[in-house]
Design a protein around this ligand. Structure first.
Ligand code: GCO
Ligand code: MG
Length: 402
């Protein structure tokens, strides 16, 4: 069996997506997501100019060997561009293998470990009252877990506050939007949101919150301690994690569960966080960290330390990643939760898929492969449109972490 073509498809049905389609001499094809929000074309070039030529003629069944060939063979290891390109190849190859085996991917991985995949939705509002109402709407839709983000008094354009009610899309402009951040105003406000949510909805729903890398470790410790009575499912990305040791300080000060990892590329980014049990949930997902092959290594390592998965699932991860992640989540023994931001209708139309939402969970179908395809004719109707994530500065102009 041989790979005869590897094509890269760029489309913007509501937002930009990069998809790799691998074709074989046996008529079976597979697809993988390679989207890197705000830096999409760098992965297109990496795949088109440097990876696709090396794939032609290879046996697509040798997933592990191709992974090692692309990782070791590049000489330059790791990084978001390299690892997303490898992920796209890897997911396309798992898709092909599962189709050849006539099995849904979760079956090939080891079979079903649960009936459905617990997901959390994104509730946000311009102020506390609107956010409380938004959480109520998610509960009414059947969600068992909801992430709550609110506008902060005195801060314009707070992280996580969308323009529409159901959709939140941060990559919003042809050049980065400038936002202003103030930690004091945030810390004075954030605990009151969760106090109000518990007063209103009780303790029967899981609540989550994303700090989006804005705090220092000691500030993160203060926030974690302040929200302890409200029993959050997790606090996410409380502080940047390039220095994994930074989480030791956070951990010493709070029992609020911690989640991190959406920007990690390999097991090396989370090795100390996991081995020292500084975190409770690892948020790395298939497209972020070299596909199913590498994510499985991270999850197995995490399981040894009672760290569970909580995969990133924002709208910049295409339905292809969502499909692959859901098969992974259906199998992985140490599953925690899956993020689920709904894609726009145009996106769903370009990527026909068989997963469905019901009862607070996402359910994969039994289509052989990962269950997601691309309608290339429709994709061609949505040309690439440059879009950047915002940046953040402190009030005096100093650059901060968005
Ligand atoms: C999340 C994230 C996202 C990111 C986005 C960047 O928890 O869902 O923080 O919303 O900001 O994926 O591309
Ligand atoms: Mg996040």
């Amino acid at each position: 069996m041989k790979i005869i073509a590897a094509r890269i498809i760029v489309t913007c049905p509501g937002r930009n997506f990069v998809t790799l389609k691998i074709e074989t001499d046996q008529g079976v094809h597979g697809i993988g997501d390679a989207t890197l929000n705000g830096r999409e074309l760098s992965v297109v070039s990496y795949l088109q100019d440097h990876v696709a030529p090396c794939l032609i003629g290879r046996d697509p069944r040798c997933i592990e060997d191709i992974w090692q060939y692309l990782y070791r063979g590049a000489y330059w290891r790791r990084g978001p561009v390299t690892m997303r390109a490898i992920a796209a190849v890897d997911v396309a190859l798992w898709d092909i293998k599962a189709k050849m085996a006539n099995m849904p991917l979760y079956d090939l991985l080891g079979g079903r470990s649960r009936d459905g995949v617990l997901v959390y939705g994104h509730a946000n509002g311009a102020d506390l009252g609107e956010t409380v109402e938004a959480v109520g709407r998610y509960i009414d839709m059947g969600y068992k877990a909801v992430r709550a983000q609110s506008g902060i008094p005195g801060i314009d354009l707070a992280y996580g506050v969308g323009r529409g009610k159901l959709y939140y899309e941060p990559a919003d402009a042809a050049l980065p939007t400038e936002t202003v951040w103030d930690t004091r105003k945030y810390l004075n406000f954030a605990p009151s949101l969760f106090e109000r949510l518990r007063e209103t909805y009780g303790f029967g729903v899981e609540l989550l919150h994303d700090v989006h890398h804005r705090l220092t470790p000691i500030e993160a410790g203060q926030l974690g301690k302040a929200v302890e009575p409200h029993r959050l499912f997790w606090l996410e990305d409380v502080t940047p994690a390039e220095n994994q040791e930074a989480f030791r300080l956070v951990r010493q000060h709070t029992t609020t569960p911690l989640a991190v990892g959406e920007i990690f590329n390999t097991i090396w980014d989370c090795k100390d966080l996991i081995a020292n049990q500084y975190i409770d949930y690892i948020r790395t997902t298939v497209v972020g960290a070299g596909g199913i092959t590498h994510l499985r290594r991270i999850a197995d390592f995490a399981a040894l330390h009672q760290v569970r998965t909580g995969a990133h699932g924002a709208t910049d991860l295409s339905p292809v990643t969502m499909g692959a992640a859901l098969h992974f989540d259906t199998w992985v023994p140490n599953f925690g939760i899956q993020e689920y931001m709904r894609h726009a209708e145009e996106t769903d139309a370009v990527f026909p898929h068989d997963y469905v939402f019901g009862d607070g969970r996402l359910h994969v179908g039994d289509t052989p492969g990962h269950g997601v395809d691309i309608d290339e004719a429709l994709a061609a109707k949505y040309p690439y449109k440059p879009a950047y994530l915002p940046v953040a500065r402190l009030e005096d102009g100093t650059m901060w972490n968005w």
